[in-house]
Design a protein around this ligand. Structure first.
Ligand code: 13P
Length: 250
């Protein structure tokens, strides 16, 4: 039985005052029935982790370098995130694939580094609008799956987020059938590659314009084990109804 996961990606948003949102989440969900993960900017990871010990809220990074240390000015290693209290890291978000020209091969190397540091990798993938309109979605996902996911994956250290690029921050959401088609496809590919045990235990999140008013419908789709939420994770008042919708879907 996969435990559901509500993950928030704050992206490049949040100064120290935003830690009050983490405190508010902690107060609103003292005994959550689902896992909750907040990935604030790297500057807040340590203080967010210190604010949530023993709570159902885990803290994660939004990216890490593939090396453990060295001459990589401005970069942060997986070990550094683990050292300051993170338990997970988002990797291969489309904004990083685009803004930083990250290839799936780099994402795979980063995931290996994350796993070696004891972090859960939340590996993102998804098609552009042009790719969807050309009916290439499943081919794109297949390619990203085989190239971005390392061989050392387990149900404990890997979470996959399907995030269609055209749905991120746009208010556009694929139909429930479209979400289900991709999630079923990812599940089948994972089972084929890793076997039924691991393949069935990896959690699959949907991401892209998840809001309080569409979350319950999305959480009813097969093989959707939760969500990776951007804008609606910034405020506890928006994220809490999404977390509750996920709890209600159990
Ligand atoms: P939005 O929820 O703001 O569309 O962002 C989704 C996302 O990119 C999460 O990683």
């Amino acid at each position: 039985m996969r435990r559901k996961l509500a993950a928030g990606n704050w992206k490049m948003n949040g100064l120290s005052a935003a830690l009050s949102e983490v405190e508010a989440l902690k107060a609103a969900h003292p005994a959550a029935l689902v896992d909750i993960l907040i990935c604030p900017p790297a500057t807040l990871v340590s203080s967010a982790a210190q604010a949530t010990p023993g709570s159902p809220i885990a803290i994660g990074g939004q990216d890490c370098h593939q090396n453990q240390n060295g001459a990589h000015t401005g970069d942060l290693s997986a070990q550094m995130f683990a050292d300051c209290g993170a338990t997970a890291v988002i990797l291969g978000h489309s904004e990083r694939r685009e803004d930083h020209e990250e290839s799936s091969e780099i994402v795979r190397a980063k995931a290996r580094a994350a796993h070696a540091a004891g972090l859960v990798s939340v590996i993102c993938m998804g098609e552009s609008l042009a790719q969807r309109e050309a009916a290439n979605t499943l081919d794109i996902i297949a390619g990203q799956l085989s190239a971005s996911i390392p061989d050392d994956c387990t149900g404990e250290n890997l979470v996959i987020a399907y995030e269609p690029i055209w749905a991120i921050g746009t208010g556009l959401v694929p139909s429930l059938d479209q979400i289900g088609e991709v999630h079923d496809f990812i599940r089948a590919r994972l089972e084929r590659r890793f076997g039924a045990g691991v393949g069935r235990s990896v959690r699959l999140l949907y991401g892209g314009s998840v809001k309080p008013d569409n979350a319950a419908d999305i959480f009813r789709v097969s093989n959707v084990d939760g969500a990776l939420v951007g804008g609606a994770s910034l405020k506890q008042g928006d994220f809490t109804p999404i977390i509750r919708a996920l709890e209600d879907s159990i």
